[in-house]
Design a protein around this ligand. Structure first.
Ligand SMILES: Nc1nc2c(c(=O)[nH]1)N=C([C@H](O)[C@H](O)COP(=O)(O)OP(=O)(O)OP(=O)(O)O)CN2
Ligand SMILES: [Zn+2]
Length: 136
């Protein structure tokens, strides 16, 4: 069945430090280099949310999508330190972990099966993505 997809762009600014309590100071530095600096650093994150709808269903309204992403993601992370977020208590604040967390925070609030992909642009050169597994 034909599907249409829409990708909408959101933004937030946040600080983080790549660090894990499971490694020593030296091991953290070896693993994460300058991103392990104790003072942390910031990014202007861009989040790309892709929803897809079969032609027989009504697509999620963009105003509703904005509200969900605003409440669940932007308000939660904008001008915050990601390392202080409870979901990162035992996970490093990598882009890989952030994109998975954003997926997990959004999926339960969207019509079942409509969330297809989440992308996070962290820097000019770093893009992280998680996509729903294709049905077999
Ligand atoms: N596997 C991962 N490695 C790194 C991540 C990550 O999320 N997953 N993140 C970082 C840092 O957050 C860092 O801010 C990005 O580092 P880097 O690419 O070095 O960014 P710069 O803009 O400073 O790039 P330069 O190439 O040094 O100019 C690191 N690693
Ligand atoms: Zn960083």
């Amino acid at each position: 069945m034909a599907h249409t997809t829409i990708t909408r762009r959101y933004r937030f600014c946040a600080a983080h430090r790549l660090h894990t309590e499971h490694l020593s100071a030296e091991e953290n530095w070896a693993a994460f280099g300058k991103c392990n600096n104790p003072n942390g650093h910031g990014h202007n994150y861009i989040v790309l949310v892709t929803v897809s709808t079969p032609e027989t269903e009504k697509a999620v309204d963009l105003a509703r999508l904005d509200r969900i992403v605003g409440e669940r993601i932007v308000t939660r992370f904008d001008h915050h330190d990601l390392n202080q977020d409870p979901e990162f208590a035992d996970r490093t604040t990598t882009g890989e972990n952030l994109v998975l967390l954003i997926w997990d925070l959004l999926a339960p609030h969207l019509p079942e099966g409509q969330l297809k992909k989440v992308g996070v642009i962290e820097t000019r050169d770093n893009y992280f993505e998680y996509a729903a597994p294709s049905p077999v």
